[in-house]
Write a protein that binds this ligand. Sequence first.
Ligand code: FES
Length: 351
Amino acid sequence: MSVTVTVADLNQSAPAEEGQTVLDALLAHGIGFAYSCQAGNCGTCRCELVSGDIMELEYSEHALSVDERSRGIVLACRSQVWSDVVVRRLEAESFIVHPSRVLRCKVADMTLLTHDILRLRMDIVTGGPFTFSAGQFASLEFPVVPGIVRDYSMANRPDERQLEFHIRIMPTPESVSGRLAAGLRPGDMVKVSGPLGTAYLRSRHAGAMLCVAGGSGLAPVKSIVETALEEGFDQPVHLYFGARAERDVYFEAELAELQRRFRRFKAHIVLSAPDAQTAPTLLPRRVGLVTEAVAADFPAMKGFKVYIAGPPPMVDAATALVRERGIESRDIHADAFFPAANATKQTAEAR
Ligand code: FES
């Protein structure tokens, strides 16, 4: 029986025999599709399975990771069709891979940005060069808590020499962050492994950008926004920073300065539990949940690329909201910061 294979983003279809692979069917009918090994080893033919039943032939994990598969990505050369199937090509920027490095870095500076967020700046001593995409993270191992690894996002732009991380200090002194806040000193050496994560800046996106950050989720979002603006990204960029109260707000002066320099950039600070404001602020405050502010400002969204980072409930709520507003999963890049007590930060593209 003949079925149909459609490439959604090309709006082209080809007939296929049941059991034929997606790639074979497309190539047999002259539909252009990137491939190389045709044997499940290289990953060139990765694509998103939009709908339909497939049976997958064996492939190498180097070609398609478990994480990618869980996000609905398949290999066209390994996917046999058993019904009408729709696939979509991945955007080129989904393939960015930086060399994996293990760096030894020296602590240059430690500064409290709020009552519980510590900025750590470090110089790379050995193991570089370190290349990454804005929004990615690395695993850090500190000499004061040897053998324990925690994941933190790079807050600096990829072109900046010094690495910057924002670390939320847990109130318990015996926690990893509590111990490093008490014991880490400038001059100490830190092991940094990475880069990791797929929720990174897609510079070639043609539409507007929405960034939603909660707490220290501002770190990757800072890197993404600064990188996009400095690289000349010419579409509107909207940043919503959700914090609990005034004492949790940071990076305000930098956001105000970015807004002054780049007219297409707009920053919103949203407080969920504001105290009585005593001093004037550089940026106005909004009150409520950060997702409520986004919902109020954008009854509809078209063509947006969305980046979300912060506590899991906020990431889930923001992801659900932008999906409701019509943003497709492939345009949502979410980075959920799980509590560090017994888990490291996990990154996942929104599914
Ligand atoms: Fe190499 Fe499909 S072409 S994995």
